[in-house]
Design a protein around this ligand. Structure first.
Ligand code: SF4
Ligand code: MSK
Length: 593
């Protein structure tokens, strides 16, 4: 029998609680109530169900039981986990591929509205691969880098080139274990092949390939996505922003962008500042256009443009429930199909934009980088035209929002620790070596309606701060801290241990650093590598006192991230259900390698 939770059990966020009360008044369901109604299958959630062929599905519930083909529990769980990691790596990496194609189109002058905003980052990234930078125009360098990056997806032999940015000792270990990715697509395809009926049936061997697939995400697909985003849209630096549903405005045309890829959202930001579009919005009776973001699209435009975040993953439906959103514009990943049905109770248009993602019942306006600005304006005009349909009797916006400062890229952390002339991670390493900071924790990942929204994120962050641990965050976890006020200069310092407080006050940073979206977890790999290179803490990432936590994870991408972090030497802890809880020995064996 399903158990209905109280509203305060659904979320610790007061804005979310107000909206969930509103949903109850309107008798509308959300992911929170659906999670109550949908009791998870214990066998499936532990990875003990195999659907790999038509002789099954086989559910293994007893010790020693095997599937029709004889597959053991170890094999089935390893296969399920590997497939999930492959799907997560595919999502991130396909994003990276599109960014590489966008870089190519921009370098060739064929991408309307885009330009190379961060030439210094372009030159830095090109230099990792011995691409000549001196005496060349940015477009020439970008063209060569784009070709190199595009080739990493279909490469069949050798090693993906970003892996050479890892600490030398780690690269050596990967080679010894034969897990250096050859090409992104090759590893993902091989993960599917190996886990087909009658293929790889040695769980250790299957998991070795899961590691190689995860590394293809972290040290290729995702790293490429982050590099190119910075080159095209600027490397993030601290900027004032706001978070939570109170950023939605009563008197303006509200457009919420949701998903992951900055290619469209950055263009919507540019289009929203066009005087002709602002005039069009005013002519429709509004005070202009108000943009905000959900999920990692929120992080992308928050950290570069200061565009407010309406919230994290579980806020997507709550934003629509305000009745004040003219359009929710989505691209890829973490978009709930329920949005379309919910929006039918209001005037909100759900606009899909990716050639890869359509949702039955949504409006589709397809994005094309060759005419991005034109399409972005068309989307905004569609939203403005919808403003007249807003029903004021159905509008309810919680007046809750919080200032925050995102934008701590590894480049900025380097600069802020050492200044322009001696940028370095030395002060951070010294602070750890002297014991003033006990280590670094990356608290990342999603919301999951099976736990109280933001509760675990915030509890873990606050506890670690008291213990003098510097916290870095990405994805929906970063927005959770932002909503709570921990990403704002002095704001969190009253609850911080004395050593960490001293460092934060000396350097002038908040105790929790927002480092970007979920694809940007590679920035954390870069920070850890730079800490190794700085010296004093050890010659590999596993010597750094660093931990990665995903307390409220839900997506397959989180599993891919965890895998590349473990394989890079970081200690990783996940909250919630384990997808391989039927083989705990193997999982704990691999918590760090
Ligand atoms: Fe069952 Fe084996 Fe088919 Fe899986 S692959 S469904 S265990 S018969
Ligand atoms: S959006 S993957 S819910 S972090 Fe990147 Fe948030 Fe997790 Fe999606």
């Amino acid at each position: 029998m399903a158990k209905k939770r109280e509203i305060q059990e659904y979320s610790t966020d007061p804005a979310a609680q107000q909206m969930l009360r509103r949903a109850e008044e309107l008798a509308l369901g959300t992911a929170f109530t659906r999670a109550d109604n949908m009791v998870p299958c214990n066998i499936g959630s532990a990875g003990m169900c195999c659907k790999q062929c038509g002789m099954g599905p086989c559910r293994l519930t007893k010790n020693g039981e095997v599937g029709v083909c004889g597959a053991t529990l170890d094999t089935i769980q390893a296969r399920n986990l590997t497939r999930a990691i492959a799907a997560g790596a595919a999502a991130h990496s396909d994003h990276g591929r599109d960014m590489a194609f966008l870089l190519k189109a921009t370098a060739e002058g064929k991408a309307e509205g885009y330009s190379i905003k961060d030439v210094a980052k372009l030159r830095q990234v090109a230099s990792y691969y011995d691409i000549r930078v001196d005496g060349r125009e940015p477009q020439e360098i970008a063209n060569e880098l784009a070709d190199l990056y595009i080739s990493q997806f279909g490469q069949q032999r050798g090693e993906v080139v970003p892996a050479r940015r890892a600490p030398k000792k780690r690269q050596q270990l990967w080679r010894e274990r034969n897990v250096v990715p050859r090409g992104v697509d090759r590893e993902i395809v091989e993960a599917l092949h190996r886990t087909h009926i009658g293929d790889d049936q040695d769980h250790e061997h299957i998991l070795e390939h899961a590691i190689r697939t995860g590394l293809a995400d972290g040290w290729a697909g995702s790293m490429i996505a982050t590099d190119v985003s910075d080159i095209l849209f600027g490397t993030p630096a601290p900027i004032l922003g706001q978070a939570n549903l109170g950023v939605i405005k009563e008197d303006m045309v509200n457009v919420v962008v949701h998903g992951h890829e900055p290619s469209l959202s950055e263009m919507i930001v540019a289009a929203s500042q066009d005087p002709e579009i602002i005039e069009y919005a005013k002519a429709a009776g509004s005070n202009g256009i108000n943009l905000s973001g959900i999920c990692c699209t929120a992080n992308e435009i928050l950290m570069r443009q200061g565009i407010p975040a309406a919230g994290n993953f579980l806020h997507q439906e709550l934003a629509i429930l305000t009745g004040a959103v003219e359009a929710m514009v989505v691209d890829v990943q973490c978009i709930m199909q329920a949005l379309v049905g919910l929006a039918q109770n209001f005037h909100t248009k759900i606009i899909t934009t990716s050639p890869k993602v359509r949702i039955t019942g949504a409006t589709h306006i397809e994005f094309d980088e060759h005419k991005a600005l034109t399409i972005a304006k068309q989307i905004l005009r569609t939203a403005i035209d919808n403003y007249k349909n807003r029903d004021r009797n159905k509008t309810f916006i919680p007046q809750i929002k919080q200032d925050l400062i995102p934008g701590f890229s590894h480049e900025y952390i380097n600069y802020m620790l050492g200044g322009s002339y001696r940028a370095s991670f030395r002060p951070l390493n010294d602070a750890i070596m002297s014991g003033r900071i006990r280590g670094v924790a990356a608290i990342v990942g999603c919301n999951n309606p099976r736990s109280s929204q933001d509760y675990l994120h915030n509890k873990v962050v606050k506890e670690l701060l008291k213990q003098d641990v510097l916290v870095v965050q990405t994805g929906c976890g970063a927005i959770a801290s932002g909503k709570l006020g921990l990403l704002l200069g002095e704001a969190g310092l009253s609850e911080v241990g004395p050593g960490l407080k001293e460092i934060c006050e000396t350097v002038g940073i908040p105790p929790v650093l927002h480092m970007g979206s979920c694809v940007d977890n590679t920035r954390i790999l870069t920070v850890l590598t730079q800490m190794v290179e700085e010296g004093g803490l050890g010659d590999d990432i596993d010597k750094i006192p660093a931990v990665g936590l995903a307390p409220e994870w839900m997506s397959e991408k989180a599993l891919a991230i965890a895998t590349y972090c473990v394989a890079s030497g970081a200690y990783v802890i996940f909250g919630g259900a384990s997808p391989v809880s039927g083989m705990p020995d193997r999982v704990s064996d691999r918590t760090r390698c």
